[in-house]
Design a protein around this ligand. Structure first.
Ligand code: HEM
Length: 398
């Protein structure tokens, strides 16, 4: 157990941006023009099934000319999009077995430097893939656009930006998590109470942001197009052996696809609230931590090592604190219920429609892009979340 204040800056967590990459870069140096050109045209190249040919003509570039973290994150975003286009351009039945070395080697090396697996993850697609239309304007969905795209048009852009809006709504919540941990360390009950109230408010705003999905993302486009391009090569029947990264290793690698299950927000909130996930769902969520930027993963782990919040709330015996704690847990449970309804619409119902019409991404029907068995997994996670509610019969005075 760690009895020291938490300093979010140490974990590259920003007071004003949370886990979001602040003002991502949009252009790489001239040397990387071959990557930029493919990334800028990747949707058209996919549509005309020319990504593979374009990649084969690409020179093998070194990552040494990338200066600084933000340039490295942009390069990862760009290469991640090219890889997804390369793997999935011919649909789920036409997946390939190997990435050519001109793509595999720099992508792998860069991923090693950044401590993330060589596949497109939430931290790329959402956290590092945005710019303001009006540079002086606010972080609102109307004022945002993505830097790189994949097939799916406005719905793909909407999917990335709505997910970003949930992360934006979580920023005060991430601040509140730090406040709560620091109040626990100093046993400052009034400050803890305020932190829990702030956290609940932030979670409720995250739910409001999630509802924007209905306005910005068409469920059939999501199901039939977008999901494929976010899919990985772990537990995916289309790529049972995984993917060989030529010039990197002799045997193929298996990695899960991009999913907001890789967001550090929910795992940090769960750790603070003492939510205990069980068995397979816990295993999946723990594995998703490997897809987070390392500093953010360490932040989540650090929250888990703080003094126990539910333990303190129970020991304290203050009914106001207990009720504020339970409100937090219930708001997070409500977010998860809303998310399950979204998944019903965008995966189950859209999948049933696609099946009737004989199209859609067949192997992904029962699975999420991360490779999980969707509904039973999500319901277990929500159930475990709700079990975090404390009753008031075991209270003692502080
Ligand atoms: C069309 C929209 C969405 C769909 C269809 C969807 C689907 C899924 C699926 C299938 C999973 C299971 C894990 C996997 O296979 O990757 C999952 C997990 C998860 N998703 Fe989403 N998702 C959507 C949007 C979002 C958004 C916007 C967020 C929040 C930023 C989010 C947060 C999560 C979290 C935190 C998990 C892990 C389970 C949990 O902690 O409750 N999802 N999602």
């Amino acid at each position: 157990m760690e009895n020291q204040d938490i300093n979010p800056k140490e974990f590259y967590v920003s007071e004003h941006y949370g886990f979001i990459l602040q003002d991502p870069l949009e252009k790489l140096p001239e040397y990387y023009k071959p990557w930029m050109t493919i990334a800028e045209n990747v949707c058209l190249l996919i549509e005309t099934k020319q990504v593979r040919e374009a990649v084969r003509q690409m020179p093998e570039l070194t990552i040494q000319h990338l200066s600084g973290y933000r340039e490295q994150r942009l390069a990862r975003l760009i290469l991640g999009h090219i890889v997804m286009g390369y793997v999935w351009q011919d649909g789920e039945q036409g997946a390939i077995k190997a990435l050519p070395r001109c793509l595999a080697v720099p992508y792998f090396n860069l991923s090693e430097v950044l401590g993330m697996p060589p596949i497109l993850v939430h931290a790329d697609l959402v956290l590092a893939n945005w710019r303001r239309k009006n540079p002086q304007g606010p972080l609102t969905i109307e004022n945002l656009t993505t830097i790189v795209s994949l097939p799916g048009g406005d719905s793909l852009q909407g999917f990335a930006l709505v997910t970003l809006m949930v992360e934006v709504a979580a920023i005060p919540g991430v601040r509140a998590v730090c406040q709560a941990v620091n109040s626990l360390v100093s046993q400052d009950e009034p400050r803890l109470l305020q932190a829990l109230k702030d956290l609940t408010e932030s979670i409720n705003r995250m739910s409001d942001a999630l509802k924007l999905m209905h306005d910005y993302v068409d469920s059939d486009i999501f199901y039939n197009t977008i999901r494929l391009f976010l899919s990985g090569w772990k537990d995916n029947p289309s790529m049972p052996e995984g993917l060989l990264y030529e010039g990197v290793a002799e045997t193929p690698f298996s990695f899960s696809g991009g999913s907001a299950a890789q967001s550090s927000v929910f795992q940090a909130f769960d750790e603070l609230l003492g939510i205990k996930h069980r068995a397979e769902s816990a295993e999946f969520l723990l594995r998703m931590r490997e897809y987070m930027p390392p500093a953010h993963r360490h932040f989540v782990e650090r929250i888990g090592k703080a003094p126990s919040l539910p333990g303190y709330v129970q020991q304290c015996g203050d009914p106001e604190l207990l009720s504020a704690f339970n409100e937090c847990v219930l708001s997070l449970t409500d977010f998860r219920s809303l998310h399950i309804r979204i998944v019903c619409k965008y995966v189950s119902a859209a999948g049933a429609r696609a099946k009737m019409l004989g199209n859609g991404v067949q192997h992904l029907q029962e699975r999420g892009t991360g490779g999980s068995n969707v509904m039973s997994f999500l319901k277990k996670v929500r159930g475990n979340c709700k079990e975090g509610v404390l009753n008031n019969d075991t209270q003692e005075d502080c």
